[in-house]
Ligand binder design. Structure first.
Ligand SMILES: Cc1cc2nc3c(=O)[nH]c(=O)nc-3n(C[C@H](O)[C@H](O)[C@H](O)COP(=O)(O)OP(=O)(O)OC[C@H]3O[C@@H](n4cnc5c(N)ncnc54)[C@H](O)[C@@H]3O)c2cc1C
Length: 386
């Protein structure tokens, strides 16, 4: 049983502890441990189940649109991701993508676009996606080539996006494209593109080590009404970064959930596995490893919930979110690797919980800004402050 004393930390309010307790109980009953073979179907049904149970209300902002609160509560999103990740990586993914895919609408949408999309996202009736990356523009977002040219009361969108989570099953995509108001990052705008818009196509489905829906998208003379633009023309980079400021911290929370699960599994195994006439946990080498894992988990939790709390206070968290994401994902990788090692041969058997965690954690060190990008962000902020 996981230690829940961290819920008493000053970052949280009473409602957060209640949220975690209720979700933990719900997930234990409703979220299957293993991934099925049909990831699309499993993902769709997880979105539905999370919507029916009311958890997706926390993924959006605005009670008028079906949200739990008037503004996005970063701590709630982080606690939900951490808890779901502890139970099942795909459940965390399903929740996270509803938030990331609709985050720009919660933060920058007009009343009409909020009404049109957010209630369906919150009920799990519409699946959301966030389309920023391109084959030649991953870490270097400003190298984006996908372009949207104004044409009367429409924009004409051409280009491609890749690595798009929920690609192939999403009902709508928040797409970032170059509109050219100014060079580089200042000439990008954000648009909502419905899946059945003529000129939009799924060009390729991509398989990854921890399966989830992922695709390359193509836009070919795809006409988007100007009313589908989010924020001002040329403000797309700001829209993307504000969305990532919320969800980057939540990637740290997901990594934290994976790490906690690995520590729980390792503790239970070390106490029950007998060798050389005693338990694995009786060896000091094992105890040193467990101490290191637990300290890593707490360090990640402190950085994650500091960033979440600061954002909920209305503070800018660029540096803190980067510290949390870098530390929690890198630490989780080490904690999970240590757990796999403690399980011996069992640790590499397909679909064993620690084997799944070993695959699940890897992409988190790459997406929403690779570790090296987080290092540069932290250093840039430090140098600016100093
Ligand atoms: C499973 C998965 C899901 C994803 N989901 C989405 C999604 O839903 N929407 C979306 O828009 N994108 C998504 N992405 C894309 C993701 O954000 C990019 O993969 C990421 O930004 C890295 O871009 P890249 O793959 O082009 O790698 P590159 O930009 O080519 O970077 C390769 C590596 O170079 C290193 N690096 C980067 N910058 C520097 C530097 N300045 N100095 C030194 N080294 C550096 C890092 O180690 C990095 O991993 C997803 C990716 C994955 C793997």
């Amino acid at each position: 049983m996981a230690d829940k004393s961290y819920l008493g930390w000053p970052f949280f309010e009473q409602r957060h502890a209640v949220l975690e307790r209720d979700l933990d109980a719900w997930a234990a009953e409703h979220v299957r441990d293993a991934h099925g073979s049909d990831t699309d179907a499993q993902c769709r049904s997880l979105v539905r189940a999370l919507g029916d149970a009311g958890w997706l209300r926390h993924a959006i902002g605005g009670t008028a649109y079906g949200g739990a609160l008037d503004a996005i509560d970063t701590r709630a999103i982080c606690l939900i991701r951490e808890t779901l990740a502890r139970h099942n990586g795909l459940a965390d993914f399903a929740f996270a993508m509803q938030g990331l895919g609709s985050g720009a609408i919660s933060l920058f949408g007009s009343d009409a676009s909020k009404q049109a999309y957010l209630p369906r996202v919150a009920k799990g009736e519409a699946i959301a996606a966030f389309a920023l990356s391109e084959p030649q523009a991953g870490s270097d977002v400003a190298a984006m080539q996908c372009a949207a040219v104004p044409d009367g009361d429409h924009y004409v969108l051409n280009g491609e996006k890749t690595w798009i989570s929920n690609g192939g099953i999403a009902d709508f995509y928040v797409v970032f494209a170059r509109t050219g108001e100014q060079p580089g990052a200042r000439g990008i705008s954000a648009f909502i593109v419905d899946k059945d818009t003529p000129g939009f196509a799924i060009a390729e489905r991509i398989n990854v080590i921890a399966p989830h829906p992922l695709a390359r998208l193509e836009f070919s003379n795809c006409r988007i009404p100007s009313s589908q633009r989010l924020g001002e023309a040329g403000q797309g980079f700001k829209v993307a970064m504000a969305t990532l400021d919320v969800f980057r911290t939540s990637v740290a929370a997901a990594a934290l959930g994976f790490a906690r699960r690995a520590l729980d599994e390792a503790l239970a195994h070390a106490q029950s596995r007998k060798m050389f006439g005693q338990a694995l946990a009786d060896f000091q080498l094992t105890q040193a490893k467990l101490a290191q894992m637990a300290t890593g988990v707490d360090s990640s939790a402190l950085l994650t919930y500091r960033a979440a709390w600061q954002r909920d206070q209305g503070q800018i968290v660029t540096k803190e979110a980067a510290m949390a994401k870098m530390t929690a994902t890198e630490t989780a990788q080490q904690v999970i690797d240590a757990a796999v090692q403690m399980f011996g041969g069992m640790g590499v058997v397909s679909e064993h919980p620690v084997e799944r965690l070993y695959r699940e954690i890897r992409a988190l060190r790459i997406y929403e800004g690779a570790t090296e990008v987080q290092q540069l962000i932290i250093a840039r902020e430090l140098l600016r402050e100093g």
